[in-house]
Structure formats: C-alpha cells, structure tokens
Design a protein around this ligand. Sequence first.
Ligand code: XMP
Ligand code: MG
Length: 183
Amino acid sequence: MTNMDQDILKILYTEEEIASRIHALGAQMYEDLKDKEPLFISVLRGAFIFMADIVRACQVRSDVEFIAVSSYGSGTSSTGAVKITHDIQQDITGRNLVVIEDILDSGNTLHFLKQYFMTKGAASVSICTLMDKPSRRAKQVIPDYVGFTVPDEFVVGYGLDYDQKYRNLPYIGVLKPEVYEGD
Ligand code: XMP
Ligand code: MG
C-alpha cells in the first residue's frame, strides 16, 4: 500500500481551509504580540507543520524553540503522564511564550507545559492550538488561539499521526476503522 489517501474515511479540513484559517489566526496573533518579541515553542512532533505555517502567518519579531514530550505511544488514548524527552535550549526568564500545539485533547500536555514554563520564569505563557477537542478535557486548559474546534474523533494529517504515519498528508482527516484493527 503506497497511497495514504485510501486509508482516509473523510476529510475534515482541506489544505485550503487550513491555510485560510492560519492566515486569519496569524493576523490576530500579530496584533496581540507585535510589541512582545515572543518566543514560539512548538510541541514535537505533531505541531511541526503548524509551527512552520503559523510563524510565517504572524510576522512578528520572534524566535523559535522546540520541546518534545511523551504522549500517546502508538495508540489513540492518553496515558495522563507527561514526560519531557527533549527540552528547550535557552533561558526563558521574562519571556512571553506562545506554545504551539497541534491538538488540545485531555489537556494533560498543555497543563503540564504551562506550569513548567511558568516555573522556569516566563513572563507569560499563551497557548495556540490548531485544534481543540473540548469534549475530552480532564485538566482545565484555556487556549488563547484556536484554529478549529473539532468533534471527538481521532484525526491525522498536517503533522498529526497514527502510529507515526500520515503526518505528511496536506489535509486533516479521519482514518477508516479498519486501519486501527489489531490495536
Ligand atoms: P492531551 O490529551 O495531552 O493531548 O491534551 C495532546 C496530544 O495528544 C495527541 N492527540 C492526538 N494526536 N490525533 C492525533 O494524531 C488526535 O486526534 C489526537 N488527539 C490527541 C497529540 O499528539 C497532542 O499533542
Ligand atoms: Mg501524536
């Protein structure tokens, strides 16, 4: 099987819809951040494509960092425990941070990261998530910027994976149930 499209049940957001939403979000963020010289911190690996697009849509003087945390493994449900597997490489004391995430689900990851960055002395920590799945929230997290509010379905594409695959689909979609068979 070489064609990933055949594993997709339906497309939730097309490449064009994603681009247009990010364009608007970037303009909104620019107004808030233009005097703050923010540090954008992308949560690897799912947010890597969104990061590349949102920082270009928000033409503010800024720099970028990457953090990796343990997440779902190869399944589709959260373990609750969050562990940093790759940390940021600079002092963030007094900085205005914008955490760039692919999807806010249980809230475990962003709840943990917000606390972590505040403890390290950040002046502020805002959250920008491409998608918000509010139906499954376990920890209270209020995102500052949301691309799309999504239903409780497992989504792939545009950086998001199932078993590390499908990240390079240009759109966001839902997999056919048979793809999960055996899990
Ligand atoms: P929590 O539950 O900590 O989840 O808010 C955030 C992380 O969980 C992953 N996640 C998904 N990944 N499709 C994915 O590919 C999904 O529908 C999905 N829901 C949650 C994601 O890695 C995110 O960073
Ligand atoms: Mg993932």
